[in-house]
Design a binder for this molecule. Structure first.
Ligand SMILES: [Fe+2]
Length: 216
């Protein structure tokens, strides 16, 4: 989506929430965007919209999650420049909207205590795209995100925490910080943490970007 379409989207007036004065920190937005460009394969680049970092397309009501308690440890484990991103999340967390795709009925209460995400770009995120979704996944230090699959193609880039990642054609593999992890649409995958929490950039493209994953 080009800039023209973003302006057109704002002009509809249907998505702006003027009652909230707080603005998404532009430093966090710029750091996230640099990471997106780092993790994006060449054939994803044409999907990247032009963003006005000083003016998100939406304001979202803040929502906190238990998994945010792991952020200080994730920051202390991280190296520059990733640490700055996590510090920015901590600083702004009271005003940010974090979310969960699953309910207790899917994976249980303990999973929900150690799982969550923030979506920065997407059909319903701070910045709008109907073709691409991106943000950060956060997992606690002892949790398994069970095997699941979805229509969208997915990329992860861990920025703190060395977790084990499952892909049906590779099995479980430990993936260090900075590794670009790719899941094609429909491929079964999962993630587990063993003693270290995890925060990873995620990117989705294709399919329904708000789809709830199918689970085993
Ligand atoms: Fe996934």
């Amino acid at each position: 989506m080009g800039r023209g379409k973003i302006v057109e989207f704002i002009d509809t007036g249907s998505i702006m929430n003027s009652k909230l004065d707080w603005q998404f920190p532009d430093l966090l937005a710029r750091a996230w965007w640099n990471l997106v460009k780092t993790g994006c394969p060449a054939d994803w680049f044409e999907l990247l919209p032009e963003l006005d970092f000083d003016r998100p397309d939406r304001s979202l009501e803040p929502q906190s999650l238990a998994v945010l308690d792991y952020l200080p440890r994730l920051a202390s484990m991280a190296t520059a420049p990733y640490r700055g991103i996590i510090d920015s999340l901590i600083e702004a967390q009271a005003n940010l909207r974090f979310g969960q795709t699953y309910s207790e009925a899917d994976f249980g209460a303990e999973f929900l205590r150690q799982y969550g995400w923030i979506k920065i770009l997407g059909p319903d995120a701070y910045w709008h795209s109907s073709q691409l979704a991106s943000g950060f996944l956060i997992l606690g230090n002892d949790v398994t995100y069970p095997q699941h699959w979805h229509e969208a193609e997915e990329i992860y880039l861990p920025i703190s925490g060395n977790a084990e990642w499952y892909r049906e054609d590779q099995g479980w593999q430990r993936q260090p910080v900075g590794t670009v992890i790719h899941h094609s649409g429909g491929v079964k995958h999962g993630t587990r943490t063993i003693g270290e929490p995890l925060i990873a950039l995620y990117l989705w493209r294709g399919g329904d970007l708000n789809q709830k994953s199918a689970i085993q």
